[in-house]
Design a protein around this ligand. Structure first.
Ligand SMILES: [Zn+2]
Length: 335
């Protein structure tokens, strides 16, 4: 059935979580597995000569017909799981080596870092140097992989990490005055503040105690980049962090806010939507790592190191003054 010489032997990984056809890497390194449907696609004459990372740790380099790359990227994107973001990394052969190119189908810029293993190749992008790819940008070249000795064997592989936003950013608007993330007339208590002992040990984050179903509004204008609302459970243990529901809104200074623990199907916004201050984000809940109904709010500066939360000024009372919120204080919104 499969007469492509680079595809052989149906087998499974040791843990049996995935089965597929072995794809032989002609340039050395590991073979990897392709699902049957993916293997069939490869019979349309594409010669696969390079494998690094894609589905289950495999990657695909298409040697022939590089002009078809956007089409191939589109076809392959429906089959391979590249990363959590809608971002794809591909290679293209050139006269001097390879171009490393990125398709960013996200609504904001993304930052990527690479770790290379190179033989007879030098990369224009240094290890852990950040490559920033603008929003909705395709075939964006991030590195030249230059072959040093053209007549000797060359090979390469890489891993990459991808982050929302520009992780090179150091400047942001630290004086911005956020609105409290609930509607006028409400008053809620901050039961855990910055560096709180329950779950904020390393974060500038605030938890507002509020009943499930409370309307959450945008504290600052921006563009919605993440909406997770599929989870319907929570507990007061870190093991439940995987069940968080949240919305992420990017701000025009490059920072982003996260509105966390929203109710099951409680989001009122979609990815790519622009929101103004005060627009309905969704309904609060008690999902994920949560000890009771509340909203967790934090603002981050994009970073490749770890979470990089920021202290944020909130307008309080009638809105004429702003301050950093304190644990165990109640905050009325009368504006
Ligand atoms: Zn919290």
């Amino acid at each position: 059935m499969l007469d492509n010489p680079h595809i052989r032997n149906f087998r499974c990984f040791e843990d049996s979580k995935a089965c597929g056809f072995e794809l032989v890497n002609l340039m050395g390194g590991n073979t990897c597995l392709l699902k049957e449907t993916e293997a069939r696609m490869l019979l349309f004459g594409f010669e696969l000569v390079r494998i690094s990372q894609n589905w289950k740790g495999c990657g695909v380099f298409i040697k022939r017909w590089p002009k078809l790359l956007p089409l191939l990227a589109f076809l392959l994107s429906s089959m391979f799981s590249y990363s959590q973001q809608n971002v794809r990394v591909l290679y293209e052969k050139t006269d001097i080596g390879y171009d490393l190119i990125v398709d960013n189908d996200e609504v904001i810029e993304v930052s990527l870092t690479f770790q290379f293993v190179l033989t007879n190749i030098v990369s224009s992008l240094a290890e852990d140097e950040v490559a920033v790819v603008p929003a909705k940008t395709f075939s964006h070249k991030v590195a030249t992989l230059l072959v040093i000795q053209p007549y000797l064997l060359n090979k390469f592989s890489y891993k990459y990490q991808c982050y929302y936003g520009n992780t090179n950013l150091t400047e942001f608007d630290s004086t911005y005055m956020y609105d409290l993330p609930y509607k006028k007339g409400n008053v809620f208590k901050v039961y855990q503040g910055y560096f709180g002992g329950f779950s904020h040990q390393n974060d500038y984050a605030v938890d507002f105690t509020m009943p499930i179903g409370t309307e959450i509004v945008a504290a600052r204008e921006g563009i919605v980049v993440e909406v997770v609302e599929k989870n319907n459970r929570g507990c007061a243990d870190e093991s439940c962090v995987a069940f968080n529901n949240w919305v992420t809104v990017f701000h025009n200074d490059g920072t982003y806010a996260k509105y966390v623990h929203l109710d099951f199907k409680g989001a009122n916004v979609k990815v790519g939507q622009r929101v103004n201050k005060g627009d309905l984000i969704g309904l609060s809940g008690n999902t994920g790592f949560s000890s009771g109904p509340h909203l967790h709010f934090e603002v981050n500066l994009p970073s490749i190191r770890c979470k990089n939360t920021l202290p944020t000024l909130f307008r309080i009372g009638d809105g004429s003054t702003a301050e950093f919120l304190q644990e165990n204080h109640f905050y009325a919104k009368n504006y």
